[in-house]
Design a protein. Structure first.
Length: 222
């Protein structure tokens, strides 16, 4: 198992115009399809558990789509010893995400940066059969348990959207809506900050959920 001190981030610029705003599952499926079609012995046929994927930020058009801009990036985290493999695999890769084509170009390798405050666009837990008024409390308790399990001290909260509502988010997985929230964790030590960036919180990590990033690099997308 990779220690959180031994991973790197790879960022790719994008050639393409639009994506569905909710593209986490479609992005995962497109990558998995490319791996299977290549069928190379040096590559797995599915995305391994120690490859972390982020969803892609853009400018929302308010109708379920985002426009990609200069700041839009496809980002992944992987163990240092796998960087070569994934760097090459994704370089110039064209992905078909529900009919939207994007090409991954100009990869950059970067060290993850510790930050006292981290945010995740969407964290999900399995919270079936709970009265929906109680969901935020159960959700926060699940986040807290997740942090404790990782041995991380930090203050976790659900922020509000610009309109003052709780930042509730959904992701479609195989046609089923999964509900979660945007999450912020404060008061992290540098060590715990890197640990949380590597391990994340909640489920559906391959679909971009539970991906924490330093708040100062806040993307302008929802």
């Amino acid at each position: 198992m990779t220690s959180h001190n031994h991973f790197l981030e790879i960022h790719y610029s994008l050639r393409g115009r639009t994506l569905p705003a909710d593209h986490g599952y479609a992005l995962y499926s497109a990558i998995k399809k490319q791996l299977q079609q290549l069928g190379r012995p040096d590559l797995p046929s599915d995305i391994p558990s120690d490859l972390r994927l982020s969803s892609i930020a853009g400018i929302p058009n308010g109708e379920g789509m985002i426009y990609l801009n200069r700041a839009s990036r496809f980002r992944l985290r992987c163990p240092t010893d796998q960087v070569q493999t994934w760097y090459r695999f994704f370089q110039n890769q064209v992905l078909d995400i529900q009919g939207h084509l994007i090409r991954l170009v100009q990869p950059r390798i970067t060290l993850p940066e510790p930050s006292g405050t981290l945010a995740a666009r969407l964290v999900t837990f399995k919270l079936e059969a709970i009265d929906h008024l109680e969901v935020p409390r159960y959700f926060l308790e699940s986040c807290q348990k997740g942090l404790t399990h990782l041995g991380i001290q930090g203050k976790v909260f659900i922020p509000s959207d610009p309109n003052g509502d709780l930042a509730r988010r959904t992701i479609q997985v195989k046609g089923k809506k999964v509900v979660g929230y945007r999450v912020i964790v404060e008061d992290l030590t540098p060590e715990d900050s890197l640990k949380l960036q590597w391990h994340g919180l909640g489920g559906r990590r391959h679909f971009g959920c539970g991906w924490f990033y330093p708040v100062k690099e806040e993307p302008n997308a929802a």
